[in-house]
Design a protein around this ligand. Structure first.
Ligand code: FAD
Length: 814
């Protein structure tokens, strides 16, 4: 394609699949022309060529949906722009629900979709059969139609983006293999290839299933693994016509697409086959794997059930090609933690054609702007930890993650494979007491406790799940007596050294120049004033800070802080997560109970709220922080790991007299929401400022300069146009999870960031940002009539400016 092999480029993209070409295209669209794309064989010869080409807009979350929606927009206009046909057909698509539960999922998703301008409507069976004549409908509950979905030719679409990139100034080299990457001062410096070296400022790893080994060249963890992925094409079938909509039958794990006069049928099986355990052969190029009819049987059985003519149809071709999958079935975007200017866009989980446009645009904007231009946390590579590139873990997990795309997207769904990766030291003690565990960042965490005689096992549904009442009792125990939860998964860092205070003062919005032992709740902001992290910082000694953040943010927050430690400063920043267990002892009787296990004076005078002390606790010496994420009197007990099992037993023994109850993290979530505490990643993100999020109490503009201060000052002067508001549903029955549309005076205005059941209040609660272009005021917020859409029904809701439970925050200071 391009001839002159360069010795320097601003950006080198590794991989000429649909993702690499999309990144090249979008970088040039943003005006970056010194872009080089390297492909070890020829364009599309990895996985891209084999795709069925479905381009669906609606996925399980708002972020994925927004990115996929752009795909249909771009692919429909690329030909006019580049002269290269894409094969895009806006055929529309149908999705059927075989069960009431799946219908609930689609009804909820439809509400979310509308909030992002994705059209979807439920249609009748007759209309559905007209649109897709081979389909049988007598065993389904509902059908939905999305007129703007489509399908495209993966090879032609990739070529069109490559052509667009070339027209925009990019150079594309085929038959060039990247063999290594050179770093200087932890930043990208050069890419080594079998044709020579290219020095560069940025590298984008778009290596598909090779992305893990490309990351390994510089010690960057890219947790993905290949699995066999397959579809068949059939001979001519009655009723099939050009432009027929795509059909998804997720309960049967399958999809259909018109292919010539027949159908293309493939799917996402619940137990997949990992591939490439011994590495990917050097010769891999448009490679097909051996047919496996046993593996395909589950698809065939379901396909015949949905389209009976499949039974008699001839099979023209059986395609089996490996595709890369990630542990959570979501792709990976972003700058790798620990290495500057090394970006990753990979692990597409078989939605790479549909998502490449959005992913390529998002990562290009991130590179050019220096930060993501919209919230991408759900697909951010920093959600993964180093250890998750462990081969055995990936092989075990990928068997399950392939099927997650079409599986029921139950609220609180937990993985079944690759469990017991990271366990708290009291894990088996909790298990013996009925804990039902969920997983976050590999951590097994007790989400709820089954009473004696009840099996600790999830029974999923969109309504009240089997643990609802147990979790409600845990919730109430914390409100009325005392409860203990294990949050060992919290990430703990130590920031020490001569310049620790100065460095932290510059990245924290709150003032951390406080007396030793004072706990500071603070946000870390970006230059736009958006919230990058939400954590507590406690000076344990001069220039020695203990930092605690949530487990899911361990990699992200560690990376953010590390990147903001100037090279010349003397600071030692250490991840101490494994050093401590953390038990949260919370509730009005927490002081009485804790007093039985320590000689420390726990009175308000001696140990006030938001302070920390080293105390003796059972046989251990621990760090106790008087803080609360649940809105009650309580202490977070940071216990050296090896002391935790013994200390926990002592606590359980002494706790009996106070009615101590083990509490799971579902209850912690409902407690915190009821109290109006925010959660990073849903209620607060890099796109929200502390003022908008109602966290101005944690901002000290007058403490001196800090990152984001100038933006906050500007925002204060211009006034707010959006604000995070709490909502309670007036009907006690419906449940809120996330992304439910919020209506104000009958008009769709926003959606729920996160919802849960407020057990004390007796209704579901959620938060959401309200926007009012001409400055938002409390009067404007309170004067609205609100409804929240739950499964297609609008439920009246009440807006709250302050937490409806303990609005003055008196209980934590009891
Ligand atoms: C059977 C099947 C059906 C599918 N159907 C759909 C569908 O309907 N819709 C959908 O959206 N998605 C579908 N997909 C998924 C889609 O094909 C992938 O998600 C997508 O193609 C991934 O693109 P990529 O650019 O990440 O990877 P690839 O296309 O694999 O590109 C990566 C490239 O990197 C190159 N490379 C690797 N190492 C190096 C190196 N060291 N130096 C230089 N180059 C290197 C490789 O040669 C390769 O060409 C399907 C996949 C399969 C297998």
């Amino acid at each position: 394609m391009s001839r002159q092999f360069p010795s320097h480029a601003q950006v080198v993209i590794i991989g000429g699949g649909v993702v690499g070409c999309s990144v090249a295209y979008h970088l040039t669209k943003l005006g970056w022309k010194d872009v080089v794309l390297l492909e070890r064989k020829v364009l599309t010869s990895g996985t891209t060529w084999a795709a069925a080409g479905l381009v669906g807009q609606l996925w399980a979350s708002s972020v994925l949906t927004k990115l996929a929606k752009y795909g249909t927009e771009l692919y429909s206009r690329l030909e006019a722009e580049t002269g290269q046909p894409t094969g895009f057909v806006r055929s529309g698509s149908l999705r059927v629900a075989r069960t009431e539960a799946r219908k609930s999922e689609y009804d909820r998703a439809s509400g979310m979709a509308r909030a992002f301008g994705v059209e979807i409507e439920q249609i009748g069976f007759e209309e559905a059969r007209k649109l897709f004549p081979p389909m049988k409908t007598d065993d389904i509950v509902a059908v939905y139609y999305q007129p703007n979905d489509g399908h495209t030719s993966p090879v032609d679409t990739t070529r069109a983006m490559a052509e667009g990139a070339r027209l925009g100034g990019a150079s594309i080299f085929e038959e060039v293999k990247v063999t290594g990457i050179t770093l200087k001062n932890n930043a990208v410096y050069a890419v080594n290839t079998d044709q020579g070296k290219i020095t560069c400022e940025y590298v984008v790893n778009c290596g598909g299933m090779w992305a893990r080994e490309i990351g390994e060249m510089i010690g960057v963890s890219v947790p993905l693994h290949a699995a066999e992925h397959m579809h068949i094409t059939t001979s001519a079938m009655e009723g099939v016509y050009p432009g027929m909509p795509v059909l998804r039958d997720m309960d049967g794990y399958i999809y259909f697409k018109q292919e010539g006069e027949g159908l293309l049928m493939g799917g996402f099986e619940p137990m997949a086959k990992p591939w490439g355990m011994e590495g990917i052969p050097e010769s891999f190029e448009f490679t097909e794997l051996a047919e496996d009819w046993d593996q395909f049987e589950i698809f065939m059985t379901n396909a015949i059930q949905r389209c009976p003519a499949m039974e008699e149809a001839g099979i023209l071709h059986f395609t089996v090609v490996p595709e890369s999958f990630t542990p959570d079935n979501k792709y990976m975007l972003g700058e790798a933690p620990g290495v500057r200017n090394f970006f990753v866009a990979a692990g597409m989980n078989s939605v790479g054609i549909a998502s490449a446009a959005g992913a390529g645009k998002a990562i290009s904007e991130w590179i050019v702007a220096g930060h993501p231009t919209e919230d991408l946390w759900e697909v951010d590579i920093r959600r993964f930890h180093d250890w998750q590139a462990n081969g055995r873990y990936l092989q075990d997990r990928v068997k399950e993650s392939v099927g997650l795309l079409y599986a029921d997207h139950w609220p609180y769904n937990q993985p079944k494979t690759a469990r017991l990766a990271r366990c708290s030291p009291v894990h088996f003690q909790l298990a013996a007491r009925g804990a039902c565990f969920g997983v976050v960042s590999g951590w097994e965490r007790a989400n709820w406790f089954a009473p004696e005689g009840v099996e600790p096992r999830y029974e999923y549904s969109w309504g009240r799940q089997n643990w609802f009442e147990y979790s409600a009792a845990e919730h109430m125990a914390v409100r009325t007596r005392v409860g203990v939860y294990d949050l060992t998964s919290m990430a703990k860092f130590r920031c020490q050294g001569r310049d620790a205070k100065a460095v932290l003062q510059r990245i924290c919005a709150n003032d951390i120049d406080v007396p030793i032992g004072k706990v500071v709740y603070t946000q870390l902001l970006n230059q736009r004033g958006g919230i990058e992290a939400d954590l507590t910082i406690t000076p344990l000694a001069e220039e020695d800070y203990f930092i605690v953040t949530t487990g899911a943010m361990e990699v992200r927050d560690f990376d953010w802080i590390s990147r903001h430690i100037p090279e010349e400063s003397q600071v030692f920043f250490t991840n101490m997560t494994s050093a401590y267990a953390m038990l949260g002892l919370m509730g009005p009787k927490a002081r009485d109970l804790l007093s039985t296990l320590t000689d420390a004076d726990l009175s308000n005078d001696a140990f006030p709220f938001a302070t920390a002390q080293q105390i003796d606790f059972a046989y251990a010496r621990i760090l106790a922080l008087r803080m609360s994420y649940v809105g009650e009197l309580g202490w977070e007990l940071y216990i050296p790991t090896e002391f935790a099992p013994g200390a926990f037993e002592a606590l359980m023994t002494d706790g009996k007299q106070f009615g101590l109850r083990l509490v799971g993290l579902h209850a912690v979530d409902s407690l915190r929401l009821e109290k109006g505490y925010r959660h990073w990643g849903s209620d607060i993100t890099p796109d929200d400022t502390p003022f908008e999020a109602g966290l101005s109490f944690a901002v000290k503009l007058d403490k001196g300069d800090f990152i984001g201060r100038a933006a906050l000052i500007r925002q204060r002067a211009s006034g707010l146009t959006r604000k995070l508001v709490m909502f309670t549903l007036e009907d006690p029955e419906p449940l809120l999870y996330h992304d439910e549309p919020i209506y104000r005076n009958g008009e769709l205005i926003s959606s729920v960031t996160h919802g849960a059941y407020a057990h004390l209040l007796g209704c579901a609660m959620g938060m959401g940002y309200l926007v009012h272009a001409e400055r938002i005021s409390d009067e404007w917020i309170l004067s609205g009539r609100y409804e929240i859409d739950v499964e297609g029904t609008r439920i009246p809701a009440k807006a709250h400016l302050k937490a409806p439970y303990d609005p003055l925050g008196e209980r934590v200071r009891m």
